[in-house]
Design a binder for this molecule. Structure first.
Ligand code: SF4
Length: 332
């Protein structure tokens, strides 16, 4: 049976800019179970990274803040915690791997010192034990000669090796959840698969769960158990991986599926694009925000935003088409 680890309910994170309120995340809900990989996909600006940053209260200040919703972890609503209280969770119970390892590591400290610092902040152990643990972590993520490499600086590693160091650092305190925000985007294609395999392998060994944020549907198809598709700061579809890939319900998800090459598609199938561009998140209209790009739009879609609801067991979608479908089914 699935054991719930994290529950995000109606999360809203807005940015108060001189040009208006940017509703970067507006009503996101999902559940992450133990030992599960949840993929969050969507175009740039869909709110996937801000969702991740909100979980750890890392929203850029002073403009951004969580204005609504709950993030339940271990019986505590961590959305309501201040910077001091969230430290107990950040880098400890929940940790994060960012897109660019070069920007995340401090160039003036050795990688050993940086991993040890993360260990000593959260665990009451001396420097010698922390060093031993750091060495074991480097070994676990596949860094050769870990004892020697502890004394190296980030610039002495390749991009792929730096990302391995970031993963070692993220795992230093045996987190229950690892959030990986586009962890392979800055890496060479040949290294990407190695890093993703490593993360999943480590997850299997440690029993942690992963939230994998990406715009790459191929990555999601290979590694995720469940997927949440986001558009314009809102979730538009959520389900397990097979349903999303073989029975997508939302027109946006359909469009995404049409834009990737698949081994199971027929030769004559051409890749398609989604016309138009994502909406500005300031002053959104009241109706469905996918309306201007949707080839299935109906009367009424522009008037009210469709509720995000479960239309089949475990399959949630926000689209009036499926509300109609349900109504027809109920009417017989
Ligand atoms: Fe398209 Fe209407 Fe569904 Fe929006 S609600 S995705 S416009 S059919």
């Amino acid at each position: 049976m699935n054991e719930k680890l994290l529950e995000v309910r109606d999360l809203k994170t807005h940015f108060f800019t001189p040009d208006g309120v940017v509703k970067a995340v507006d009503g996101v809900s999902f559940i992450l179970n133990k030992k599960e990989v949840l993929g969050i996909v969507g175009e740039t600006g869909s709110g996937k990274s801000v969702t991740a940053l909100s979980i750890l209260n890392l929203i850029p200040q002073p403009f951004g803040r969580i204005v609504g919703g709950r993030i339940m972890f271990d019986g505590v609503d961590i959305a309501g915690l201040g910077q001091k209280q969230i430290q107990k969770y950040r880098g400890n119970r929940i940790s994060m791997v960012f897109q660019d390892p070069a920007a995340s590591l401090n160039p003036v400290y050795t990688v050993g010192n940086q991993i040890m610092e993360s260990i000593m902040i959260h665990q009451k152990i001396d420097k010698r034990s922390a060093r031993k643990k750091a060495m074991r972590l480097l070994d676990m993520v596949g860094i050769p000669e870990p004892q020697r490499r502890l004394n190296s600086y980030p610039h002495q590693f390749s991009g792929g090796m730096r990302q391995r160091v970031m993963i070692a650092m993220a795992l230093a305190n045996s987190p229950s959840i690892l959030i990986a925000d586009e962890p392979t985007t800055a890496l060479d294609v040949t290294i990407q698969a190695q890093i993703l395999e490593l993360m999943v392998d480590v997850m299997n060994k440690t029993g942690s769960s992963i939230i994998l944020i990406t715009h790459d549907l191929g990555v999601v198809a290979k590694y995720a158990d469940k997927v949440m598709v986001m558009y314009g700061g809102k979730p538009v579809e959520f389900s397990d991986i097979d349903k999303i890939f073989y029975e997508p319900l939302h027109p946006y998800t359909n469009g995404l599926m049409g834009s990737i090459a698949r081994l199971d598609s027929k030769k004559k199938d051409r890749l398609t694009t989604i016309d138009g561009s994502p909406p500005s998140l300031i002053d959104l209209p009241p109706g469905c925000i996918f309306y201007p790009r949707c080839k299935y739009r109906m009367e009424g879609c522009a008037r009210s935003y469709p509720r995000f609801k479960e239309v089949k067991p475990g399959h949630h979608v926000a689209c009036h088409r499926h509300a109609e479908f349900l109504k027809e089914e109920a009417d017989g």
